[in-house]
Design a protein around this ligand. Sequence first.
Ligand SMILES: Nc1nc2c(ncn2[C@@H]2O[C@H](COP(=O)(O)OP(=O)(O)OP(=O)(O)O)[C@@H](O)[C@H]2O)c(=O)[nH]1
Length: 336
Amino acid sequence: MTTGRYGADDPESYERPRRRTRPRTKDRPSFDDAVPGVVVTVDRGRYTCRLTEDGAPEDDPTVVTSMKSRALGRKGVVVGDHVRIVGDVSGDPGSLARIVLVDERRTVLRRTADDDDPVERVVVANADQLVVVTALADPEPRQGLVDRALVAAYDAGMDPLLCLTKADLADPEPVLAGYRPLGVPYVVTQRGADVSEVLERLTGRTSVLLGHSGVGKSTLVNALVPDAFREVGVVNAHTGRGRHTSVSALMLALPGGGWIVDTPGIRSFGLNHVDVAQLIEAFPDLHELTETCPRACSHGEGEPECGLDDAEGTEVDRVRSFRRLLASREAGEQHY
Ligand SMILES: Nc1nc2c(ncn2[C@@H]2O[C@H](COP(=O)(O)OP(=O)(O)OP(=O)(O)O)[C@@H](O)[C@H]2O)c(=O)[nH]1
């Protein structure tokens, strides 16, 4: 085992351990032949993926049904995940491919653990905008739910967009008044109306549409993506709630580029983990005010020596609205 010019007894002749000490067979396969795609819906262990080079929708895409490869172990795969796929990626009827890699997620939207499922789960990955869809009437808007959704958006690092539907039934102003101080962007829509303003906000981005049953989400999705074939439910005259006509989250390509994710499955959010320090970063001016706060200040109403109490002028309304968002985290209203 000697090499070079040293003799067998020379200490320098000993073979040093190489950097790679584990057997080569443990190396992961490189998946050189894997093709990139994005997960558009998940149903009982089957992942529907659209093949796409750069994560953007392509015209006339190949749609591939896949399963998770064993290499992924317990790692979850969710709608919006950018993945690599091997095997039969023809998309032919009856074909089945395998997802072998999941790219790092830019954002995650979680839903709360609930009675049916005790684990808090990621439901959508890589979305950059959360569209909170609320009807102006039938069913009545519920500020607490909108507040909770906004907290979830800021926490997930997503931009919020308030979408007020059924403008033919009520004036949007009272709802907007609660969000204007926070500068939350909004659009107002109604059935049959021009949706170009909404489209403009969505084009080129990945937006999650969130709203409880009956607010007109399917009607809106149909207007935005004419061939979405979403079933439009009927609001129950007694409860004001709609029938649950859609089941799993579904990502649809917008005609002008970008994606929308319809999420009938999300009924509540995981806000327990939301940290106030993280939330306030979405409001740089308020963040600045809190620099004088005592350590561990919760910035809530009545907190002693909280810097937010120094707000003046228009900031006062902003602080009040921000504190309402903070309080919504603990609200009894758990379900969206
Ligand atoms: N007056 C009025 N009714 C609307 C409008 N948009 C939708 N609707 C009605 O409201 C009801 C619910 O609409 P959907 O689009 O099914 O609501 P959804 O939020 O998708 O409800 P789910 O499918 O149950 O999740 C339907 O009867 C629609 O026709 C609107 O702008 N104005």
